[in-house]
Design a binder for this molecule. Structure first.
Ligand SMILES: [Fe+2]
Length: 423
């Protein structure tokens, strides 16, 4: 029998093969499993396989894939933590396999119990700030913003190393998503143990949908205390800027009214400071779903054009938007921190704006939902063997100097892809 993957120290990867090659479908009559599954469980399992199959076709059978689906993410987490060690994958990590230790030979019983756990929906309650106290950061200083970084594979550790090497940041901010579902083990192995803590005066983490797939317990009970972060939404300011991190994951792709009221109070007291928002989910998108609930909840700020810039993750791309003609802010998607994202045809085929070294900025036109934008395109040398298929990883740094803000877009090595001083 193979060793449980958790004993190897390698990062586990749960592929479509991991979950499909159990021949569970042939066991649904209970012939090889102690439990005879009900039709609903079979349908949910089939649905998980369907979603992973679709993602695998776009990505690769041999890299870490994640889908925005609770059943799939929790099944992947449980197998990653308890499955047997399979073969090493070319881009890093070990492929997880079903093992007797995981299921006790009762595969359907195991799947049913995982789904039952998910169905309880006993999420950790959101943790609001204890009061309206506003933290501070230096008038001249830099912060790091990185998104969807919780893989500990591919570009993620390389970015962490270059952030650590540079150091002296006012704040390190993760805008959410630890794969597969932000469990205790995943949070430790793929986030806390490898976060470049020493590079920043403070670290902050936003909640993501994948953290909430396990109920958010590791996020709220491990990350927040470790970062001395009192709540899942927060605010810091200096003489010229007000930086607000939102929790858009506890109320999926939206914010609760208590949070909205808090934000309004904070903004009201901020005087002439320019407002920058950070969140896991996107308020709008050129390439993915829109955020109508987020737009509705913050309609007042949108109508008053009170937001200067907004940084988000969730979509695994690096996109720099022109100023939104209605909302009046500059949007930036930076969810390209650590998960292999297949290069989208819409980006690959778009007009070249300019090249920087081995990568290119492509120009995408405006749509009814989104302003025109620049999207980062190119190969990803940090996914060995499949470099051409996946877009670059990386992160942003924001350099504040009094009223001026310069945004720097970096590859994981810290090589600079863009320098923007438009806000
Ligand atoms: Fe996400």
């Amino acid at each position: 029998m193979a060793d449980p993957i958790s004993r190897t120290g390698a990062v586990p990867i749960v592929t479509l093969r991991s979950l499909a090659e159990t021949n569970c479908r042939q066991r649904k009559g209970g012939l090889e499993s102690m439990t005879s599954p009900d039709e609903k469980t079979v349908q949910r399992y089939e649905s998980v396989l369907g979603k992973l199959d679709e993602e695998t076709r776009q990505a690769s059978p041999s890299v870490l894939i994640a889908v925005a689906d609770r059943d799939a993410s929790v099944l992947q987490s449980r197998m990653a933590e308890g499955g047997d060690a399979g073969p090493p994958l070319s881009g890093g990590g070990l492929e997880a396999q079903f093992g007797e230790g995981l299921t006790g030979g009762d595969v359907w019983g195991w799947i049913s119990s995982v789904f039952d756990h998910v169905d309880k929906n006993a999420w950790h309650p959101i943790v609001p700030p204890p009061n309206d106290t506003v933290g501070t950061f230096a008038d001249a200083g830099r912060i790091v913003v990185i998104g969807d970084w919780g893989t500990n594979l591919y570009g993620a550790p390389v970015s962490a190393a270059s952030i650590k090497r540079t150091g002296n940041y006012e704040m390190l901010l993760h805008v959410g998503d630890i794969y597969y579902s932000g469990t205790d083990k995943e949070t430790k192995q793929r986030f806390l143990d490898v976060w470049p803590t020493s590079a920043g005066k403070v670290s902050r983490a936003l909640n993501g949908n994948h953290e909430m797939y396990s109920g958010g317990y590791a996020y709220f009970d491990s990350i927040l205390p470790k970062f001395k972060q009192p709540s899942s939404y927060f605010v810091v300011q200096n003489a010229h800027w007000l930086l607000v991190g939102l929790d858009t994951a506890h109320t999926d792709h939206a914010v609760d009214m208590k949070q909205v009221d808090w934000l309004k109070r904070i903004v009201q007291k901020a005087g002439q400071r320019k407002l920058i928002l950070f969140s896991h989910h996107q308020p709008f998108s050129r390439l993915d779903k829109q955020g109508p609930n987020l737009q509705a909840a913050l309609a007042d700020l949108f109508q008053r054009k009170a937001i200067t810039a907004w940084y988000w993750g969730h979509e695994h791309n690096c996109i720099i938007y022109d100023k939104h003609s209605t909302f009046g802010f500059l949007g930036r998607c930076i969810g390209h921190g650590g998960i292999p994202s297949p290069r989208k045809g819409a980006v690959r085929d778009a007009d070249l704006d300019h090249r920087v070294g081995s990568v290119a900025w492509k120009r995408l036109s405006a749509t009814g939902d989104s302003p025109a934008c620049l999207a980062l395109d190119g190969e990803n040398p940090l996914v060995p063997g499949e470099e051409k298929k996946f877009g670059p990883h990386g992160y942003l740094t924001l350099e504040f100097n009094g009223p001026d803000l310069i945004e720097h877009v970096h590859l994981p090595s810290r090589e600079k892809m863009a320098e923007l001083d438009r806000p």
